[in-house]
Design a binder for this molecule. Structure first.
Ligand code: ZN
Length: 497
């Protein structure tokens, strides 16, 4: 493994720290996955692309990454403060489906959309409903610690009591006293001792669709619990990186920290990484604002706010042009610029592929060029080592691309770099674009229009009695598996049988 000094922004200590995997070269990474009750949108794509790139870079450095990303298929309620309907059950009633049909349908479309964004599948993708016994065991453990209480078939986490021993709010920087005074006058406390307490287990009303037997009667787990259950099961009670969107920092991740400390007396994750939010034309994305855009709508251009379709790789590239901790604003202008940038980068791959080293002793070694290339390569790595700064890394890759293009046009002679630097330039560019940033060539589906064009040329050649050209086009199409059909009134084609 290469010796790299990664620096990660540590949200708990609030400064950048040198990252050391607990048990190198193994890295355990848990990322909160989607609640599967609707089509995947930009809010799903950003964490998926962010943590895919983290996974890819760590893998490139030689770490063995176990990447766990869950599917939330129960317990995520429509309201805050542990009230409201289960989001999946609500959708199921609306569409007259089984809740698991809804979960399956949107898990499938989520996978489809994440695949075209070229994200690697997680190593393990556990489902909340598949880990009910583990969640019940955690509730029992927290009760045993005296940090939870049961009321009428529901179990709540006792935040005040916890805060006497630990610190509630240390991830988000929230202060418990302020949280309490902020919610004191509001309804919704219900059977909780304090409004800041959160549900570990909820008693199910008779009409509730998804419920399980437990020591406290029929019920279902609280949303925060599943991630503690699944992360500790697959990565241990303390692991390296916990990721998710910024909106999950409070209360979801704060509650995970509380649950982890209550059960295991340690913080579950050593580094918390939160990708920032996406805005649309400067506004927060929301269904009520009419600017809610699903990934399929982006890929097809089928949305009132979109001037055209934007391909999955354009979206991926666009997300990588910002640091993951920065907000990212979507607009047609920005996306069109990203489309250009992405194509430039892919053209660079093609050009790099065409370059071949030609030794030439008559060409003197150009130390200045070599030094510029070496420093761009080092800077690209340094940017990624510094809290995965893809935005800066892309800037350095474009500097490398300039050199690649200069060699291609003959302005810069490959021999002036020496074979080693020449290969390093080619390989670093390709490795960064394809393996680390995950940007690949999107082959357009132009078969029909290409054949039509060739048939038109064929027709013109026939009219002009240019039979050499006619034979050439016919043979060329045959090589590609198509047969030209000369009909009475038109020219058509068929697949060669
Ligand atoms: Zn989670």
């Amino acid at each position: 493994m290469k010796s790299h000094h990664l620096k990660l922004y540590n949200t708990l200590s609030r400064e950048k720290e040198e990252f050391q995997a607990i048990n190198p070269p193994f890295v355990g990474m848990y990322v909160c996955g989607p609640t599967v009750y609707g089509d995947a949108h930009l809010g799903h794509a950003r964490p998926a692309v962010t943590f895919d790139t983290v996974n890819r870079y760590l893998t490139h450095l030689g770490y063995r990454v176990r990447y766990v990303r869950n599917i939330t298929d129960v317990g995520h309620l429509t309201g805050d403060a542990d009230e409201g309907e289960d989001k999946i059950a609500k959708k199921a009633k609306l569409e007259q489906l089984e809740p698991m049909e809804v979960a399956q349908q949107y898990t499938d479309t989520y996978h489809r959309d994440m695949a075209v964004l070229n994200t690697w599948k997680p190593s393990i993708e556990p489902r909340a409903t598949g880990h009910i016994p583990e969640q019940i065991a955690l509730v029992e453990a927290i009760l045993k610690e005296g940090l939870a209480y049961e009321v009428n078939g529901s179990v709540y986490f006792d935040v005040l009591k916890y805060n006497n021993q630990y610190q509630y709010g240390k991830l988000s920087g929230r202060v418990l006293d302020e949280l309490i005074s902020g919610t004191r006058d509001l309804d919704g406390q219900g059977e909780k001792r304090n409004s800041v307490d959160f549900a570990l287990w909820k008693k199910a009303a008779p009409e509730h669709l998804m419920k399980w037997d437990s020591p406290w009667g029929l019920g279902f787990p609280g949303w925060h619990l599943e991630c503690t259950a699944m992360s500790s099961k697959y990565l241990g009670t303390q692991f390296d990186i916990h990721g998710g969107g910024m909106d999950l920092m409070f209360p979801h991740h704060e509650c995970e920290i509380a649950q982890g400390n209550a059960c295991n007396h340690q913080d579950p994750a050593r580094y918390w990484m939160h990708n920032n939010m996406i805005t649309i034309n400067g506004q927060k994305m929301g269904k009520s604002l009419g600017n809610f855009i699903t990934l399929q709508e982006l890929f097809t251009g089928n949305h009132a706010l979109l001037e055209q379709a934007y391909s999955p790789m354009t979206i991926r590239y666009f997300m990588l042009t910002a640091h993951y901790r920065s907000t990212l604003d979507f607009s047609n202008e920005a996306l069109k610029a990203a489309q250009k940038g992405y194509k430039k980068m892919i053209n660079g791959l093609r050009t790099a592929h065409l370059l071949e080293y030609q030794a030439d002793d008559s060409i003197p070694v150009d130390e200045k060029q070599i030094q510029q290339i070496e420093s761009s390569i080092n800077n690209a790595y340094r940017a990624m080592d510094d809290d995965f700064n893809t935005a800066q890394a892309i800037g350095h890759l474009f500097n490398l691309l300039k050199k690649i293009n200069s060699i291609f046009t003959g302005q810069l002679k490959g021999a002036a770099l020496g074979e080693e630097v020449f290969s390093k330039l080619k390989n670093t560019y390709t490795t960064f674009v394809v393996d680390i940033l995950g940007l690949i060539e999107e082959k357009a589906d132009t078969q029909e229009s290409m054949i039509d064009l060739l048939l038109r040329l064929y027709g013109e050649a026939k009219t002009a009695r240019d039979y050499t050209k006619v034979d050439e086009i016919r043979a060329g199409l045959k090589d590609m598996g198509f047969v030209v059909k000369d009909m009475k009134d038109r020219i058509d084609w068929a697949y060669e049988e």
